[in-house]
Design a protein around this ligand. Structure first.
Ligand SMILES: [Zn+2]
Ligand SMILES: [Zn+2]
Length: 324
């Protein structure tokens, strides 16, 4: 695709309630007794239902936990998926991919990674790079040779238990190296029982959808109409072009509205910025972005240290006078 390098993601904050959109909260990564998780598939599902989530994927290792093996209440969306582990021919560890909306099992452990990606796409599924920080992924070595991965898991609760929960530097690295804006998920990767209070209900992805079908939710995630969080809510992000009087050079201004925050960072493809009020909390911040910025994403840090990650915004269209 000739346009891929400058193609932006969907801005979820421009999808309005009036047009029928709403936020749904979910976790795309969880394990059960069908692989190395402690609770049964039904117990895992019931836990997320009772916690007020809207959607969940039972993403057991290697084999799909099929939706017809559990009783899912009306109004809750189960996404059928699996965590796949093709060999890594490039030198790094065996891959961890989350495949969503998958219909049939495949023997991914015996397949090269590109064949796995292609096979998931042939089934109409989406495929994500899971927890690259935990897996010691080197993006240049392990991921750049591949084509078709839909996005990255920027946060993973069970990997945080092991000290490597946040993969945001891998995310920026991948976008820099590929010239492509990549959407992110925040997930639990829950293995333990909820009473262990170890890796459940701490990382989730908010998706902006018109309907709650698994297809609509995964489409929203792939298009970027989402944000990940371990606590903060992002209410709105507006980015505008500001033409200065003197030299007609283009600047950008971005306003982030959110739940109570201690700090917000703008992370640009060039230099970003930090906004904070010296320890006081706030719910709105405005950033001036450098005129040579091509993209920007935001991280909101709550007073308890929890974090939310927006998807990146393409600024190249805005520079040309288009809306984003
Ligand atoms: Zn994994
Ligand atoms: Zn996992």
């Amino acid at each position: 695709m000739a346009n891929e390098q400058t193609e932006g993601l969907v801005n979820p904050f421009q999808l309005t309630d009036e047009d029928g959109y709403s936020w749904v909260k979910g976790n795309l990564h969880s394990h059960t007794t069908n692989s190395d998780g402690r609770p049964s598939p039904q117990e895992r599902l019931d836990g997320y239902v009772h916690q007020g989530y809207d959607y969940l994927c039972l993403s057991d290792h290697n084999n799909i936990t099929f939706l017809d093996t559990v009783a899912c209440p009306d109004g809750f969306t189960l996404i059928q998926g699996v965590e796949l582990h093709p060999d890594n021919p490039f030198g790094g560890q065996r891959h961890h991919y989350l495949a969503l909306n998958l219909k049939e099992d495949m023997d991914a452990r015996a397949m090269p990674p590109q064949h796995v990606i292609d096979a998931v796409k042939e089934q109409g599924g989406a495929i994500w790079l899971a927890h690259p920080h935990w897996s010691s992924v080197n993006i240049l070595r392990d991921i750049l040779p591949l084509d078709g991965l839909d996005g990255i898991e920027v946060f993973n609760t069970t990997c945080r238990v092991a000290g490597r929960g946040d993969s945001s530097v891998h995310w920026d690295d991948w976008m820099d190296l590929s010239g492509r804006l990549i959407p992110a998920l925040a997930n639990d990767d829950s293995h333990a029982r909820e009473e262990d209070r170890r890796d459940t209900y701490q990382g989730w992805t908010m998706a902006r959808v018109k309907d709650r079908s698994a297809g609509a939710i995964v489409d929203a995630l792939v298009s970027g109409a989402s944000y990940g969080s371990t606590g903060p809510e992002i209410h709105n992000i507006q980015i505008r072009r500001v033409d200065t009087e003197e030299d007609k050079n283009v600047l950008f201004e971005a306003t982030v509205k959110c739940s109570e925050a201690l700090r917000i960072c703008s992370v640009s493809n060039v230099v970003g910025a930090e906004y904070w009020e010296h320890g006081d909390t706030f719910e709105e911040a405005t950033f001036v972005l450098r005129r040579d910025s091509k993209s920007v994403r935001f991280e909101v840090i709550g007073p308890d240290g929890s974090k939310a990650w927006s998807n990146p915004f393409d600024l190249t269209g805005l520079a040309r006078g288009e809306e984003i």
